[in-house]
Every structure is written in structure tokens, then in C-alpha cells.
Design a protein around this ligand. Sequence first.
Ligand code: BGC
Length: 401
Amino acid sequence: MKKFIAVLSTMVMLGTLASCGDNSTTTDNGSSNNGTKTTTTAKADETTTKAEESSSGSKTVGIAMPTKSLERWNRDGEYLKAQFEDAGYKVDLKYSDNKTEQQNNDIQSMIADKVDLLLIAAIDGETLSQTLADAKAADIPVIAYDRLIMNTDAVSYYVSFDNYTVGKLQGEYVRDALKLDSEAGPFNIEFTAGDPADNNAGFFFNGAFDVLKPYIDEGKLKVPSGKTTFEQVATPTWSTDKAFENMQNTLASYYSDGTQLDVALCSNDSTALGVAQAITQDYGGSNAPIVTGQDGDIANLQNIVDGKQSMTVYKNVSDEAGVTLDVAKAILSGQTPDGNLSLSAEATFDTTTYDNKVKVVPSYLLVPYVITKDSLDKLVDTGLYKWDSSNKYLESTASTT
Ligand code: BGC
């Protein structure tokens, strides 16, 4: 079955790559949130003026993405490249195969090539300090993309979603689906969290756990495995295979006696894919446990249609790319972006939440929302997904973006 999941992961990856096309020169080289905030309202006009184009024409933006093996980063890379190029910038986009050393080397080579700005989605937020010190010495501004970069003063801005809210939406979904405020329970839940090297993972877990903890304390929600800390349920590299194995072990150890599993709270779609597969294969109960996710990956949207996953928290990464472009443009034209920056999508300017242990990094946080089987059309409305020829499943329009 391990093999099946490996094949599944590969299929997901290949499906993604196929759907994304390959119109770029990229390679994978082998392979609690309560700060003071200002809301910046979206502006509709995305037109780039001729003047802007000519001032950006000579500038190059280096984009470092973690890996092509997790679906969303393929979409991020494609949207970022397209939007920056449309605005007149040259783009150097590199994927680093989820290897920290490779990402350091890739960024070093962009610094050597004298890119004008770096956008980095870190593989391990803790491992880039020296490389970013070199970027700073070369006067290259750095935007942390989606994941915060830790232990450095060289990161100027952070563009992401409200990560705590992502988890909170998952917790609230579970609370409402089980009617925890009115039903007596008890219900059984298990948690699957993300990669400890990714600063986002703790925010997602805490957002969900903070909603559900009162019900756990009250005894309405039980965790038969006893695993209730982030460290106990983390999934290195957000691996589908690892999440699958962990869930298999949990089911074998705590549910083989007929105990009912009501909820598998998964922080994102890559882990939800493995967990749903373990449930399909190894869970003996007659109920369909609630499975949460995040991202709107194609395989997970398929699972939502098939009743194997209940919801996903959707993050429009095309909008994330757009806001990143807004911030980058401002920096490259000598401005200091703040809460007054005009943005192409709704985002909150946050100057208190994201402390990277050296500085609190000013952040633009976009708005995530829940998608269920009943609201898949909302994804079609974004223009980033379309119904397939059977009209049953969604596919990405990313390759034509
Ligand atoms: C992103 C998630 C994604 C995860 C694994 C996180 O940093 O915010 O959207 O699911 O990485 O790729």
C-alpha cells in the first residue's frame, strides 16, 4: 500500500505538471493572531502602464520555490512568473526539490547574478540566514513568500494568507459539522499537522486546536491516540506518504477494536490525501469520518466530490502572486510599502504577528475561505478551475494563465 501511495503521489504530481504545462524555463533540479491591523481594500485595476513597464523592463526578480512535488507550488510559480513578466520584469524561477542546501545554492546563484529582488518560499525557514545576509550585503531586498523566513533581519516583507485563520476555519468546520455546542458526543478526533520546518504549520495547528480545545477539555471530543501536541502530530515535508503511514498506525493501534473515528483534522491537502487513503483502506467503521484540508489541490477536490474529504480551506494563490507583485513594484520603485499600499486583492497589513526571532516582519495577509462539495462552483468563479468533460470533477486552468 505504501507503493500505492507513492504511485498516487507521483500521479498527483504528474497530473499537476501536465495541467500546468511547461511554458517556463524552470527546473526542480532533479527531481494567536491578535495584532493591530489595517485592512487594505482590493482595487480592480490590474493594468500595467507603459511607464511602469519601461521602468521594470531592466529588472530581474529571483523567485525561489520549494518543490514541484507539492501541487500548490507549481501553481504559485506559474502565476508569479506570468504576473511579473506581464508587468515587464524578467523572472528567474527556481525550484529546489525540497532540499535546503539546494535552495541556499539556488538563492546564492541568483545573488551572484545580481537579481534586483528575491521572492522566497522557504523549504526550512530556519536555514537561510547566512544566504540572506549575503543578499543584504548585495542590497537585494527580500520578500518572504507564503512562509516566513526566520532568524534574519534581511527579510523586508512577508506576503501570505492569514495562517491562523486557515486552522481556525478547519476547527470551526468540525465544530459546526458535529454540532459540538448542542450534541452530547463524545466524538473521536485525530490530528495531522504539517512540517515543523515550516513556520506556517504551527499557526495552522494552533488555529484549529484553539477552536476545539474547549470541547476536548469538556470531554465532548476525545483523542483516542492521546496525540494532542503539534510535535506529536507533525508531518515532515508535508509528505502524503508519511501522513498515510501515521494514520495507518493510529488506526491499527486505537481503532481496530471498532472504536469510531469521527474526525481526521488535517492541516493541508497533501496530508489529507494520505489520511483519506489510510481511512479508505484500513478503517473498519461504517461512518465517513470528517476530513479537513487546505489548498484546493486537484486530487483533493476529487476526494471532496467522492466523499473522502469534507472540506478544504482555499487560498487563491493567483491573488497571493498579485499582492506580491504590488509589494515588489513598490519596493523596486523606492517606496516603503505600508497599510496604504493599493493592492490587487484583499489583504490585511499586519505589523505584529510574524516575529521571525530577529524582527517583526511587516506582512500582507490574504483571506482564506472554506470550500465544500456544495461550493465547488466558487472555485470555478475564480477562473482558476473549470469542470472537466464529465462535469463531475474540477481541473486547473493554470496552464493557460
Ligand atoms: C502552505 C500550504 C501548503 C503547505 C505544503 C504551507 O507553507 O502555506 O498552503 O499546503 O505549505 O505545501
